[in-house]
Design a protein around this ligand. Sequence first.
Ligand SMILES: [Zn+2]
Length: 491
Amino acid sequence: MASPEEILPIVDYLIDLSCCPRCILRFLGQHAKETFYLNPKEYFNSLIMTGDKDPQENIKKLKSNVCPVCLDCYKDSTIEKITEQLKTLDLESYDYSNFFFNVSFPKCIAVRAHSILLHLKNKFPNYRFGNLYETTSNENVPLLEPPHKIFRVISSKALSEVLNRPCHPKSQLSLLICLGYEDDDIEVKNLKDIINNTKKNQHIRISRNNIPEFLKETDEKMFKSRFSVPPEIPNTPVSIVNIEINAEPLFLGGRYFKFKRNVGQTPWIKDGQSVTDYNVQDEVFKAVSSVLGFDYNSMTFTASGREDVDVRMLGTGRPFYIKIDNPKRRKFLQEDLHKIERMVIQSELVAITNLQTVPESELRRIKHGEEQKRKTYKAICKTTCPNVKEAISVINKHGESQLNVTQLTVMRVLHRRTLLPRNKIIYHMTAEEIPGHSDLFELVMVTQAGAYVKEFVHGDFKRTQPNISSLIGYPTDMIALDCIDIDLAWP
Ligand SMILES: [Zn+2]
C-alpha cells in the first residue's frame, strides 16, 4: 500500500480536475468493500492523520462541477433522484421479500475512465495505478473496481430503505436502473472512428460490453488525437432514463383434459375468425387470471404436443405448463390452485389436475416428452370389410408386435411442413367389436409421439405405409378419436 505522501498529491490533483471523491478512491485502487466509499471524507482524513501533513492543513476543497469521470453516477444526489423515482413505481404491489438491481451506465464513462487513467499514469509515473481491464488481480497489478460494484456499495442501503426490503443477489425481483448522458453517442462515435481506423474493412458494432475490450487495445497516441486527456468537465450530469422492474417468470404445470370435440388447444384464428368457439388455453387462463390476478397477456401456454380439434383428451390427461411473465407474486395457497381447478371444470369442456408451480429446470422434460414419449389413443373405426370379425383378427395379429410405419408428410399438414418421409412406431394395438354394429370396431393403439393416427387408419392416399386399410385389404376410416394417455410423469 502506498504511503500518504505518495497518495495526497494525487488526491489534490484529482480534486483540481473536479473529480468526485468516489472516483478518486477508485483510481487510487481502493476496494469497494471498504466503507470509505460510503464516506470518502473518512478516508481523506485518515490520510492526513497518518501522513506528514500538518493536521491543520486540509485536503483541497472538493469542487461542485459534474465529475468528468463518472458524470456524477456516484454522487449522492444521483442516488437520491433514483430513490425518488422508485417511490413513484408500483413496487409495493410486488410480493417479494427481497430485490436485486443492476445499473446500465452511459457508454462513455468507460472512455472517460480510460482517459483519466492514461493521464494519471503520465503525471505520476512512480505510482502503481491499478488495471481497468483485467478481471483477476495479481500482486503486481491491482484491479480498479468496476462501476457497478462501486454503485452497489454506495446505493444498496438507500434503495433497500425506500423499497422496504433487503438487497439480495439471488432475488427473483430485479431492477434495471438505466442512466443516460446527453452526449453519450457523440463521445462513443469517436471510439468507433478509432476502431475503424485500426481494424480496416471490419464492420464493428460498439456496445457496452465490448467498449473495454477496444479501449484496452487502443493506441495511446490515437486515443489522445480523438479524446480529451484528462476528460473534459461535462455541462450536465447523468439522468435517469428509466427503471425497469423485472420479476423472474413463474411456471405453473399440470395436466389437462378435453371432454368435448371441436375444442382447440389454443385460440386458432383463421382468416380473422376463430376456428373453434372454445379452447383449453382460454378456459385455463380465465380461471388463473380470476383467482391469482395475473394479466391474460402475461401468460403463455405450452403443452406436450397437441391433439386435433376433433379429438378428445381423456385418460390421464396431457401435460402442460403456463409461463407467467413478470409475476407480482409467486407464492400461493394450495387452496387457490384447487380453486382454479374447480373453476376450469365448471366449463364442462375442459379440466385440469395437479396444478402446481414447477421449476424452470423441469420444463425441458415437457419438450423432450413431445418427441420421445408414447401416446395411447382409442378410436372408433368404420370399415368396408364385409366381415368385421376377420378385420379385427387381422389387426390384432399385427398389433401383437411393433409395427414400423413410414408417413410421407400427411396431406392435411402439407402446407406447413416439408415433404419428407418420417418413420414412426406403432408399439402395439388391439381391436374390438362394437356390439350391434357390423361395420364398426374400436381400436386402441400405443404410438410413438408425432405419429399421425388418422392417416395410419385410412392410409392418406397410400402416403402412410403400412396402414389399417392396407392390412385389412378394405378401405377403413376413423370416425372418432380420443387420446387417453401420454406417458410422461408430469408435473
Ligand atoms: Zn466521479
